[in-house]
Design a protein around this ligand. Structure first.
Ligand code: SAM
Ligand code: SF4
Ligand code: SF4
Length: 334
């Protein structure tokens, strides 16, 4: 294995691959329809990485110590033939944890074939338990029940325990905190409440729209007493808590109030093959162009990673007001 570390001694451990910048939802915090409207130009097909290009890149990352690979988007299940990509990635020796993040809209019908192809787990996003709030947040009128069914089907197919991502926005879905905790307590699924982040430039993020993780934990603890659980592994992004009555656990991802850049070992590849070394990066490196011109991807990756000094969340105060425009969440995939 080739060991490469960045300027803060962080190795590359996780790889997130976005397979499309398209989505069938218009979540208000991610792809607001005023910006991602009918005139929005998504990437043309020839600019997307092919499955074999994705597998080639994954092998280079695995040779540098990556064990966890997450497929994301946009909505990854919109990309045709995802089972084939999953099969190709699952076949790479060294990929120990192959996961996918989805909005759940197409998951129920694809879960079994994804398991058969070698997918290990899924994360499903769900921001509320009531249709009124959820439909307003996904902004396409998509109902809660379909996502809940997808979670159950995925779990029954062996993709569990399912992690359920809930982005909390002040004044929009704070009530979902207790609703979600109540619904998933005892189900075996793990809800992860995510602080609303200032990713991209289109969601009009304001600090006062963030519900701090500590407040989320306190609200649940008041009704369903919780206690902290040590991380599963060093650098785990979610802070874990379990219900004192033994009925499961929750996680909170406090990227705004308790940044975790010091242990950030994630690399991200966009659907068109740009390498980003931070979720908040404003520029990346086209590994696709390196591949398509016969260049040495491994060398370029090592050069980029060795110079990496990202710690955006820890530096957030210094970045306000913004001097640079970061890339969008729907493009980089979270
Ligand atoms: N479409 C898939 C989905 O929604 O699960 C995968 C891509 S989505 C960009 C990945 C995750 O990022 C989702 O759980 C979503 O809720 C989260 N997300 C998007 N915008 C965010 C923001 N501004 N702050 C925090 N999380 C965000
Ligand atoms: Fe689509 Fe996921 Fe973004 Fe919602 S969060 S708009 S489902 S990419
Ligand atoms: Fe990693 Fe950048 Fe997030 Fe910090 S801000 S944890 S460096 S992705």
């Amino acid at each position: 294995m080739v060991m490469v570390t960045d300027l803060f001694e962080r190795p590359i451990r996780d790889l997130r691959i976005s397979v499309t910048d398209r989505c069938n939802f218009r979540c208000i915090y991610c792809m607001p329809r005023e910006v991602f409207g009918p005139d929005h130009r998504f990437l043309p097909r020839e600019q997307l990485l092919t499955f074999s290009e994705i597998a080639t890149l994954a092998r280079v990352f695995v040779a540098r110590g990556v064990q966890k690979v997450r497929l994301t988007g946009g909505e990854p299940l919109l990309r045709k033939g995802m089972e084939r990509l999953v099969e190709m990635l699952a076949a790479i020796a060294g990929v120990d944890d192959l996961t996918l993040t989805t909005n759940g809209s197409l998951l129920a019908r694809k879960a079994q074939s994804l398991v058969d192809a070698g997918l290990d787990r899924v994360t499903v996003s769900l921001d509320a338990m009531d249709d009124e709030t959820f439909m307003a947040m996904n902004d396409v009128g998509f109902p809660v029940a379909v996502v809940l069914e997808a979670i159950e089907v995925a779990s029954a197919c062996g993709l569990g325990p399912v992690k359920v991502n809930c982005v909390v926005q002040r004044g929009i879905n704070e009530h979902a905190i207790l609703d979600m905790a109540r619904h998933f307590k005892g189900s075996g699924h793990i809800v992860r409440f995510i602080e609303y982040m200032d990713v991209g430039s289109t969601n009009g993020w304001r600090l006062d729209q963030v519900v701090p993780a500590a407040e989320i934990v306190a609200a649940i603890h008041k009704v369903f007493p919780l206690e902290p659980v040590p991380p599963n592994y060093p650098g785990e992004v979610a802070n874990r808590f379990r219900y004192r009555d033994g009925s499961g656990e929750i996680g909170v991802i406090a990227s705004v109030t308790q940044p975790f850049c010091g242990s950030c070992t994630r690399a991200r590849i966009s659907a068109e093959g740009m390498l980003y070394t931070c979720l908040f990066a404003s520029s990346g490196t086209s590994l696709r162009d390196v591949m398509r011109t016969g260049g040495d991807v491994a060398r370029v990756l090592d050069e980029v990673w060795e110079k990496r000094e990202d710690r955006y969340s820890e530096d957030r105060s210094a970045h306000t007001p913004r001097l640079v425009v970061p890339v969008e969440m729907s493009y980089i995939g979270g």
